[in-house]
Write a protein that binds this ligand. Structure first.
Ligand SMILES: Nc1ncnc2c1ncn2[C@@H]1O[C@H](COP(=O)(O)OP(=O)(O)OP(=O)(O)O)[C@@H](O)[C@H]1O
Length: 244
């Protein structure tokens, strides 16, 4: 389980996180939905130990991400907001490198890479260098990197931005399959349809804190609306920065 307790983070005058608390349980897809600047990326980076919160904790199966970043990171796969591939490495080399960073030996890493490439239907690009890869191909490499070590938790920052319909479908199918296998999945988005289509639980974030939390149906009920879009507008007070 991923647990975020009272996270606070200040960047100069900007309050990015203002006492954010929620949990992302195993076997569920939890969506962090909020307008631009709500604090979603800051929260995900804190969970992954890339940022230190001023106050509060991010716990991964009870391991404090800030006190023990390496132990916490081992349990997590991350699909970042910027893919940042090594342009001169082949897809296979990139993903194998990540598998080994997570502690796999060369032989196990090679097997894991082959399996994940088969799963993501990317054998055709496996031995090509990243230079020249399309956005969808880059996405697949990033996704393969995120799951090659079979993490118990998966964190995705705006996973479907810039993806075509086919790539989005591959991503969604994979997330549903991983959920079935018991992975806890936490992703950020400002795209309502994506959240509605995938999430068991939605955490609506605004101004660095939780504005509301529940299933899409519960959020509608809470606000007395029938459409999720209207429910979000009511919760956040505006639809600025949220995409349908
Ligand atoms: N390194 C930084 N230095 C200064 N301000 C920052 C930094 N990182 C984030 N912020 C600010 O903190 C706030 C929250 O940013 P964050 O990126 O977490 O929001 P977000 O919800 O992910 O937004 P988006 O949907 O636009 O990606 C914003 O006002 C942002 O400008």
């Amino acid at each position: 389980m991923i647990e975020v307790n009272e996270l606070r983070k200040q960047f100069g005058q900007v309050t990015a996180l203002d006492g954010l608390s929620f949990t992302a349980p195993e076997g569920q897809i939890t969506g962090l939905l909020g307008p631009n600047g709500a604090g979603k990326t800051t929260c995900l980076r804190t969970i992954y130990g890339l940022l230190k919160a001023d106050l509060g904790q991010a716990l991964i199966d009870g391991v404090d991400a800030s006190a023990e970043p390496l132990a916490a990171r081992k349990k997590i796969g991350i699909f970042p907001d910027k893919f940042g591939l090594y342009e001169r490495l082949t897809a296979r080399e990139q993903v194998a490198y990540f598998a080994q960073l997570h502690g796999m030996n060369k032989v196990d890493a090679a097997v894991a890479v082959q399996q994940v490439f088969e799963r993501l239907d990317m054998l055709a690009i496996a031995d090509r260098r990243a230079t020249g890869f399309s956005q969808g191909q880059r996405m697949k490499v990033a996704l393969a990197q995120a799951i090659v070590h079979h993490p118990k938790h998966l964190i995705l920052d705006e996973p479907s931005r810039g993806l075509d319909v086919m790539s989005t479908r591959i991503l969604r199918d994979l997330l549903r399959e991983l959920r079935q296998q018991g992975t806890s999945i936490l992703f950020s988005s400002h795209v309502m349809q994506e959240v509605a289509a995938l999430c068991d639980q939605v955490v609506v974030v605004a101004g660095g804190k939780v504005a509301a939390q529940g299933t899409p149906e519960e959020l509608c009920e809470l606000t007395g609306e029938t459409a999720l879009e209207e429910a979000f507008v009511k919760i956040i007070g505006t639809d600025e920065g949220i995409a349908a």
